[in-house]
Design a protein around this ligand. Structure first.
Ligand code: GDP
Ligand code: IMO
Ligand code: MG
Length: 422
């Protein structure tokens, strides 16, 4: 198996960073294929904790190459800061490659994100306010500025001038502060000088690697329920975290994708607005939030908590071709007498096991649950599947049975070592 895609199956924060870091030692290359610094991927090893927003989670493995692909939107100020932090911790980032086709996220995108959210009022998406939507909008409008554009000073200045003129008109409608093109140009040229050695055609780089039979790990950000096309639209992000988007977002043939590992928590979380069928408002959700410290890595917002939803998992299986599952945060479910798993929804008196396309229908869906016995033993140091308590094993087997997907990895704590291969 030469290529593996890691996708979040829910609304993000499933533990993709931890699993990517854990698996990266088995690969030659790790690629982040979409999103920007709306992502927050947490990695723990040797008593250190790292939070990555843009750089692939393979970066802690000095032997592998790390790629930020053309599907990403890159806030260069945030990237330079992330590189500096890693360098200060002795990860030199010389093995980092940045696509010349990735889009540059400017401060005006961040300002527009905030303005559009405010206009929506109660209907706001609850974005991370990192400018992701407006940057992808510019890409689709064909006015985006790409990383490669930064290297041609004259044309970069021309493109930036046109954009700033347009953006300033837009901002002034909302009485918002405007931008000075020369200040932006100088700032972004200085970032370009820092990242210049890392910029390349990463599609060619990956194609050569595929021809040489190199092993490639693709790391998604967000999760399928936040997919622009197949998520809970419009309460989604502006890219597609599905495995189907890897080929387009990396510039490689679709046939090169072989296996897809879906990452799911042992329960469900969501941060931001939008429908969440299995959401809990009880002592159980409060306990889970505090035990797992369910607060956003990027924004610090309290995450909403719910029971595991296998309708969502089956949606991910269909949309993204998930071949295996990694179940994370199983340790967090220790200590509950009973656990619930959602198996289907009731919609207008009819039982369904798919995600309806409209928010109005999804809002009406009532989860149907099965109830399982919980366990009380501390599992955070368990090293093999067989040594898990009977009811924990039963919980995993139930998920396999309902979804028809094999669980190959179980995570019982945030540390790299707290990982069981089944
Ligand atoms: P990502 O965005 O999918 O990479 O996930 P995040 O890093 O945003 O959120 C996952 C959180 O759960 C982080 O704080 C991780 O350190 C933590 N985590 C990951 N796996 C486990 C686990 O098995 N048990 C516990 N208790 N925490 C975990
Ligand atoms: P990782 O990679 C959780 C959510 C936001 C909001 C919606 C749109 O860490 O799993 P955006 O800023 O993308 O326009 O916000 O998507 N969101 C995430 N939620 N984890 C993430 O990334 C997220 N990235 C975006 O909260 O609801
Ligand atoms: Mg996260």
């Amino acid at each position: 198996m030469n290529s593996l895609v890691i996708v979040g199956t829910g609304w993000g924060d499933e533990g993709k960073g931890k699993i990517t870091d854990y698996l990266s030692k088995k690969f030659d290359i790790c690629v982040r294929f979409q999103g920007g610094n709306n992502a927050g991927h947490t990695i723990k090893f040797n008593n250190n904790k790292y939070a990555l927003n843009l750089i692939p989670s393979g970066i802690f493995n000095q032997n592998i190459q790390n790629i930020m692909s053309n599907g990403m939107v890159i806030d260069l100020k945030a990237l330079v800061n992330e590189i500096d932090i890693l360098k200060s911790k002795d990860f030199d980032c010389e093995n980092l490659h940045i696509s010349d086709r990735a889009h540059v996220l400017f401060p005006y995108h961040i300002q527009l994100d905030e303005i559009f959210e405010n206009i929506k009022g109660n209907d706001k998406v609850g974005t991370t306010k990192k400018g992701i939507g407006p940057c992808y909008t510019d890409k689709a409008m064909r006015i985006g500025i790409r990383i490669g554009d930064l290297l041609n000073k004259d044309s970069f200045y021309k493109k930036l001038s046109q954009n700033v003129e347009y953006v300033n008109k837009l901002l002034s409608i909302f009485n918002s502060t405007t931008f000075d093109v020369n200040e932006l140009y100088n700032e972004y040229t200085s970032y370009a000088n820092i990242i210049k050695p890392h910029i390349k055609d990463t599609s060619l780089f990956l194609m050569n690697a595929l021809n040489e039979n190199k092993k490639i790990l693709f790391e998604g950000a967000q999760g399928i329920m936040l997919c622009l096309d197949h998520g809970t639209y419009p309460y989604v992000t502006s890219s597609s975290p599905s495995a189907a988007s890897v080929a387009l977002n990396c510039g490689i043939p679709p046939q090169s994708i072989q296996k897809v590992l879906g990452i799911t928590k042992s329960y469900a979380t969501r941060v931001g607005e939008g429908v969440f069928p299995t959401e809990l408002f009880s002592d159980i959700s409060n306990t889970i939030r505090e035990t797992a410290h369910e607060y956003g890595t990027t924004t610090g917002r309290a995450r909403r908590i719910g029971w595991l939803d296998t309708v969502v998992l089956k949606h991910g299986k269909r949309i993204s071709g998930i071949t295996d599952l990694a179940i994370t945060l199983l340790d967090v479910l220790t200590g509950f007498e009973k656990l619930k798993i959602c198996t289907s929804y009731m919609l207008d008196g009819k039982e369904i096991d798919y995600i309806p396309s409209t928010i109005e229908e999804l809002n009406k869906c009532k989860p149907v649950y099965i109830e399982l016995d919980g366990w009380y033993e501390d599992i955070s140091n368990v090293k093999s599947f067989n040594n898990l308590p009977k009811n924990a094993k039963n919980y995993i087997h139930k998920i396999e049975e309902i979804t028809g997907i094999n669980v190959s990895i179980i995570s019982v704590g945030p540390d790299r070592k707290q990982t069981i291969e089944k």
